[in-house]
Design a binder for this molecule. Structure first.
Ligand code: GLC
Length: 418
């Protein structure tokens, strides 16, 4: 155990650049990613609190003045990645992408505060991050739910963190791909095409990006003009939990956050209204095309992480989770294995991801400790057996994607310390 712990720490240290940490040490992701950094900070907090705080400070250096924290920060103008800063052409203090990612940072801050003692100067820096997180979460309500429904929208599949999930197939099928689109993917130079998103997916990603760039990423406009607008269950669950965790920290530390506090009940009720009693599931909603997305994705179960105050629903979702991939040796596959969209090794269309297991584990700790601990030991065993990879087959456990993957190592450190 302790050897692997050392290995996990070394992965983070080796992937660390000036104050921030790359998702992996290969050329696949040569920049700072938003939710990766949050997981990474939690990992550091177990052996280097300074690095944990600096990681998040670096992330917030890239925050836009409207409150958004971009999904990628290009601290170095590395051109080996596509789309890089030249394509995005945005960012304020730091060149960045013009979209965001799940704002799990306040949940990570809460976990760090629950777990560790911090000096008063460290606390001051953390509370500074909390205030910035508050602006970030308010940004979602303002610009991603302008009609005040309670649910926030993602406007690009990359915002979900689960880039090419079958969840997005229908909304993407409605996109008019830009004519004469020209670009060169770089992910296929370092990864096999069998595991990566398809060309048609990339065409859509870049069409959307170009559309946003043409609008200068004006948040007042993007919600209405985007050809992709989805109220995703996974994203909204992480968002709701982020709001709850922010309010918890803010209240304890006399930071005003009445706006978010008031919105929480509305978001929770709206999420609950998406529960489908018939097949005991939550499904995302395509806002633009007015269509429910009935895809059995593991992210639909992130509702457990959101801690909704409804025992009956929580219990039936737990029962459904137990059946989700009960026939496979390794869990949880990103898409239900018996579903027609399931692909064993293609990125977010089937493989097991450590962060998904971790989110479910955290969400179950108080609701079903037995299942939570089963997930924890199973996830640790997977990493003992197969090391710290980006994702794994649910059938054979074979690792795929990048090795030395930072968030797998970071969440390993959290799991063994829990
Ligand atoms: C991919 C993943 C995303 C992650 C990024 C860096 O784009 O889909 O969730 O943040 O890689 O690891």
């Amino acid at each position: 155990m302790s050897l692997l712990k050392r290995e996990a720490e070394n992965i983070l240290l080796n992937n660390r650049r000036e104050g921030y940490t790359l998702p992996t040490n290969n050329k696949l992701y040569p920049a700072q990613w938003n939710w990766d950094s949050a997981y990474i900070a939690l990992g550091y907090s177990y052996f280097n609190k300074e690095y944990a705080i600096v990681e998040l400070e670096k992330l917030f250096e890239g925050q836009w003045s409207d409150g958004m924290v971009p999904h990628i920060l290009f601290h170095h103008k590395d051109e080996n990645y596509f789309p890089n800063h030249n394509t995005w052409q945005c960012g304020e203090k730091i060149p960045s992408s013009g979209i965001t990612q799940p704002p799990i940072v306040s949940s990570i801050l809460k976990l760090m505060l629950d777990k560790h003692e911090f000096s008063s100067s460290e606390m001051e820096r953390i509370l500074n991050l909390v205030k910035k997180t508050k602006n970030y979460l308010e940004w979602f309500y303002k610009y991603r739910d302008p009609n005040d429904t309670g649910l926030v929208s993602i406007l690009h599949p990359w915002e979900s963190g689960t880039d090419n999930s079958p969840l997005w197939d229908f909304p993407l099928s409605k996109i008019l791909i830009e004519e004469n689109l020209e670009y060169k993917r770089r992910d296929l130079d370092v990864s096999s095409s069998d595991v990566r998103p398809l060309k048609r997916d990339y065409d859509c990603y870049i069409t959307l990006l170009n559309q946003f760039r043409n609008e200068k990423y004006n948040p007042e406009k993007l919600y209405d003009i985007s050809m992709f607008n989805v109220a995703d269950i996974g994203f909204n669950s992480l968002f709701l939990k982020a709001c709850k965790d922010l309010v918890y920290i803010a209240t304890k530390n006399n930071i005003e956050c009445t706006f978010i506090q008031k919105k929480i009940t509305q978001t929770e009720n709206k999420l609950i209204s998406l529960y489908n009693k018939g097949d005991n599931s939550f499904y995302s909603y395509d806002v633009l095309n007015k269509q429910t997305l009935e895809i059995p994705s593991i992210t639909n179960y992130f509702i457990l992480f959101a801690d909704i105050q409804n025992k009956e629903i929580n219990n039936s979702i737990i029962q459904s989770l137990k059946m989700y991939n009960s026939n496979e040796k390794y869990f949880f596959s990103s898409i239900k294995p018996d579903n027609k969209y399931f692909e064993e090794i293609r990125y977010w269309r089937g493989p097991v991801w450590i962060n998904c297991n971790w989110i479910l584990y955290k969400g179950l700790l108080e609701k079903d400790p037995e299942l939570a601990n089963k997930i924890k030991s199973h996830t640790l065993d997977l990493m003992h057996e197969k090391d710290f990879h980006e994702y794994y087959s649910c059938k054979s456990g074979t690792p795929y994607g990048a090795n030395n993957f930072s968030w797998s190592a970071a969440l390993y450190l959290d799991l063994i310390n829990d």
